[in-house]
Design a protein around this ligand. Structure first.
Ligand SMILES: Cc1ncc(COP(=O)(O)O)c(C=O)c1O
Length: 414
């Protein structure tokens, strides 16, 4: 039986811890429960047990230092998509051979930088593969394929298929081989990532099987990276990814594939972001204003789309709870932010335990693509960030910027 999102996360003790954090550190604040991240890593690993496996973490989901350190301690590698992500992963302590560089539409400068750092490049454009071959003949490289099967929770997060900018179409494999021969490149890996928030194991397998088929014409492969994309349940009652069918439809065929593959040391890589971190995070905000409109009641908070853009960008659902008085009678609200945009909302027409001015709300399952997608729009600071260790102690990751700091930044002084 699946519990609603946040129910496993938010015990009464957790709620009072979150209220204490809001009291001590103010709002808006992101809080991450380290125990949830470790649990999700353990869970995925247990299902992939028996596969020659490497797990990477797609750090774009959330690059808070303790999140990164957890991944490092748990033995994961990193999927980095920009030079700064790469440099930061190395600075956190990831060895270069555990970092995978997947920038799309890479520049020459980025290519030289990443290669110079000793990390493996993942290339998704023929012209870039050619440039890499000319610059570094005899090197290893990974190729990102577009197997023409895309999926995701919203059109904007689908990263394969005929409309997608990502990857080299699988139909162009002969050109990949030709370039590899011409420049003596060793294609050490094949990669794909078909989208994000995928709940269908059938679709995942459909995409994976395309890349497995394609792999048969590559004879120097060390790994096949099947990407991330594993979804999580955001709505109450929504089913999580069906891990029984994951075992049956994905893990078992992958094991059979590996067993029949001529290469004796071929690994399978996965690189989730959301699956590891989304459920660990809560965005705390304070209700500043409760306003009765003519047709709806607005609960206005001190946060907004600048801090969690997913509702505005994708119409994404995040469960909202009243942490201050969780047992009040439910009323229907538009829970909105303080940004000057009409797309600035966390929830619309949503039943929440009655909200009063001063109450603290928790926006749940906000640990992925929350803080990492914040902006300072309207010259408002990013939220503070707090980490709760496995043992339950609290660490400040970062504070909000002060008004003076924001002004200095705008003046160009920072
Ligand atoms: C190349 C790549 N790998 C992995 C991921 C992680 O996706 P998710 O968070 O859905 O697992 C992304 C997300 O955009 C990505 O672009």
């Amino acid at each position: 039986m699946k519990l609603p999102p946040g129910m496993t996360l938010l015990s009464p003790d957790d709620r009072s811890l979150l209220l204490d954090i809001a009291d001590a550190h103010g709002t808006p604040t992101y809080v991450y429960f380290g125990r949830t991240v470790e649990e999700r890593i353990r869970q995925l690993r247990s299902h992939l047990d028996g596969l020659p496996l490497r797990l990477l973490y797609a750090m774009k989901a959330n690059h808070a230092v303790p999140m990164m350190r957890t991944m490092l301690e748990q033995g994961l590698g990193i999927d980095a998509v920009s030079p700064a992500e790469l440099a930061y992963a190395l600075a956190v302590g990831f060895p270069a051979d555990r970092v995978f560089f997947s920038a799309n539409n890479m520049t020459d400068e980025e290519m030289h930088y990443a290669h110079g750092k000793g990390v493996l490049l993942n290339i998704g454009e023929l012209s870039r593969l050619e440039a890499f071959g000319k610059a570094y003949p005899g090197s290893e490289v990974c190729v990102r394929l577009n197997g023409q099967v895309g999926a995701g929770h919203h059109e904007h997060v689908i990263t394969a298929g005929e409309k997608s900018k990502f990857g080299i179409p699988v139909e162009q494999i002969e050109t990949i081989h030709a370039l590899a021969r011409q420049h003596d490149l060793r294609i050490a890996g094949l990669h794909q990532h078909i989208g994000s928030g995928i709940m269908s194991t059938e679709t995942l397998w459909k995409a994976i099987s395309v890349i497995l088929d394609a792999s048969r014409s590559f004879d120097q492969l060390r790994f096949i990276n099947v990407g991330g994309g594993l979804g999580i349940p955001y709505r109450p009652g929504e089913q999580p990814l069906d891990m029984t069918s994951f075992d049956r439809l994905i893990v078992a065929p992958l094991k059979a594939f590996i067993a029949s593959h001529p290469s004796s040391n071929l690994q399978i890589w996965f690189e989730p972001g959301r699956f590891f971190t989304a459920e660990s995070g809560v965005l705390l905000a304070r209700v500043n204003t409760v306003k009765e409109g003519t047709h709806r009641t607005f609960a206005g908070t001190d946060s907004g789309m600048n801090h969690l853009v997913r509702p505005a960008m994708y119409g994404a659902y995040h469960h909202v709870v009243n942490l201050t008085r969780p047992d009040g009678p439910e009323r229907v609200y538009d829970v909105v932010g303080n940004i000057c945009e009409s797309s600035d909302f966390f929830a619309k027409d949503r039943a929440v335990a009655e909200l009063r001015e001063g109450d603290i709300i928790g926006v749940l399952d906000a640990g992925a693509y929350g803080m990492s997608m914040t902006t300072r729009y309207n010259m408002r600071s990013e939220p503070a960030e707090i980490w709760i260790t496995q043992e339950g102690s609290t660490q400040i990751i970062r504070d909000r910027l002060t008004l003076d700091q924001l002004v200095e930044f705008a003046l160009g002084a920072r």
